[in-house]
Design a binder for this molecule. Structure first.
Ligand SMILES: Nc1ncnc2c1ncn2[C@@H]1O[C@H](COP(=O)(O)OP(=O)(O)O)[C@@H](O)[C@H]1O
Ligand SMILES: [Mg+2]
Length: 442
């Protein structure tokens, strides 16, 4: 990859984060080492670690791997190496870095190219956790970089002030983006920025950039920012950048509410900001994702296993990767050759256990729900599917009550409800599928 100009403005707390460490331990556990302790307190949901890129290091690793000829393992999957290949092929903890691995997002990439690179608009990618926002932002960033743009990426910290958020970006703007005559002035002004500078000072500084350069600031996980004031300052920054026609575009990554809040701050921002909603990938793309992973891992899913994983993931790439991973590991551990429905169901039960360690409150609710013969299983499944696909479901108080505290009413629409953990519905479906298997066996 040509990451000459792409920069990681601040290291994302990949290995430092509690949930990343847990994910590693869980993977070790799945491979047969002793089970980890249950977490005493709810920690960051596992998906937060999905956005844990070290752009250059990991992208290079993937590229190198892709360039190696596939090694054929004799006989069965081939013990240890098979496990390593499965981990690599179905990695639900890291974003996609190459366009060929980004399934079902061509239209979104085209919109981003058109809006940000060519029309020089700001954009916001928004969608549920695990839908692939960071992946899309990174693949786009790589492309923009290859087209000569300066791409600066960071993931936001919850309590950062505006200046703390922006300072790393400003310090990473390379000299090459500043015209020769302005270089000294730019450096002096950047140095002289006050501790808590605001949007106006940023725009004054970057207005010195060469008009034919392009700098793209990617602010991932913007929804984590807690301060309304910072939200409003970012909205002001985008508005001022557009009004002054400065060659700097902001690509925010967040959730739907992020967009609403920004527009509320500056209604006229609508004209300068392209929303890129990220929904589910299609069934065909899900199958391609499974098949490509299987090819890389050198494993084979039978038709029933493939269909079950596609059905339960409901088009969420994160769940597809995780469910394929656990099903393949289950098969390898037992010395099997083909991943079948039984191994898939054992894997789904494991996946539920993994998730339960990170969100034991909701998992306990689902456990009780699925064990209770008085519960309307069909209705539960229908609602879980609707929420898995649309990130919310339409119903009444009685529907919501089935799921207790795991479900919350929408702020604006009385008949709309959300699972408080956006990744939960697929785990509930996994639990239901496992239960059906147990019932059939009994
Ligand atoms: N379009 C896609 N095709 C294949 N895998 C994807 C796609 N989008 C996401 N993934 C995978 O899903 C997981 C979550 O993706 P990520 O981009 O971190 O989601 P988000 O930022 O929305 O939480 C990662 O393992 C990633 O590799
Ligand atoms: Mg992300």
């Amino acid at each position: 990859m040509t990451a000459k100009q792409m920069m990681l403005a601040a290291p994302y707390p990949d290995d430092r984060s509690t949930s990343a460490r847990w994910l590693k331990r869980l993977k070790a556990w799945l491979m047969g080492t002793p089970p980890p302790r249950r977490l005493p307190e709810p920690v960051e949901p596992v998906l937060e670690t999905a956005a844990s890129p070290s752009f250059r290091a990991t992208a290079d690793a993937v590229t190198q791997d892709d360039e190696l000829p596939p090694k054929r393992m004799p006989g069965r999957f081939g013990a240890k190496n098979a496990t390593a290949r499965i981990i690599e092929a179905f990695d639900s903890a890291h974003p996609v870095r190459q366009r060929k691995d980004l399934h079902g997002r061509d239209d979104k990439l085209d919109t981003l190219f058109e809006a940000v690179l060519f029309s020089r608009q700001h954009a916001i990618i928004h969608g549920a956790r695990g839908s692939g926002k960071t992946s899309l932002a990174q693949v786009f960033g790589d492309y923009a970089d290859s087209q000569g743009a300066v791409v600066i990426y960071t993931a936001c910290e919850a309590t950062a002030s505006f200046a703390e958020l922006l300072r790393p970006y400003l310090s990473f703007i390379p000299e090459s983006a500043v015209p020769f005559a302005e270089k000294a002035l730019f450096a002096r002004e950047r140095e002289a920025l006050s501790a808590e500078f605001g949007p106006r000072q940023v725009v004054d500084l970057v207005s010195r950039l060469s008009p034919d350069s392009q700098t793209i600031l990617i602010l991932d996980e913007f929804d984590r920012v807690e301060s309304e004031a910072v939200n409003s300052q970012i909205a002001t920054l985008m508005k001022l950048l557009s009004d002054a026609r400065v060659p700097v575009q902001v690509l925010l990554v967040g959730i739907a509410r992020t967009l609403d809040e920004l527009i509320l701050c500056h209604p006229s921002l609508r004209r300068h900001l392209t929303p890129i909603p990220i929904g589910r990938i299609s069934r065909e793309d899900t199958h391609r994702l499974i098949d490509r992973g299987a090819e890389r891992a050198q494993v084979r899913f039978d038709e029933a296993a493939r269909a079950e994983i596609a059905s339960i993931s409901c088009g969420s790439p994160y769940h597809v990767q995780l469910f394929c991973y656990v099903a393949a590991i289950e098969t390898v551990r037992r010395g099997g050759e083909v991943i079948d429905l039984e191994a898939t169901h054992r894997g789904l039960a494991r996946a539920f256990t993994i998730w339960a360690m990170l969100n034991h409150e909701d998992a306990d609710i689902f456990d009780a729900l699925v064990a209770d013969p008085a519960q309307p299983v069909d209705a539960v499944e229908r609602i879980a599917r609707e929420a898995a696909v649309h990130d919310s479901f339409v119903g009444d108080e009685a529907d919501a009550a089935i799921f207790g505290a795991a479900v919350r009413a929408d702020d604006r629409q009385a008949t709309r409800f959300h699972f408080r953990d956006g990744a939960a519905p697929q785990f509930l479906l996994a639990k239901l599928a496992t239960r059906e298997r147990q019932t059939e066996a009994a």
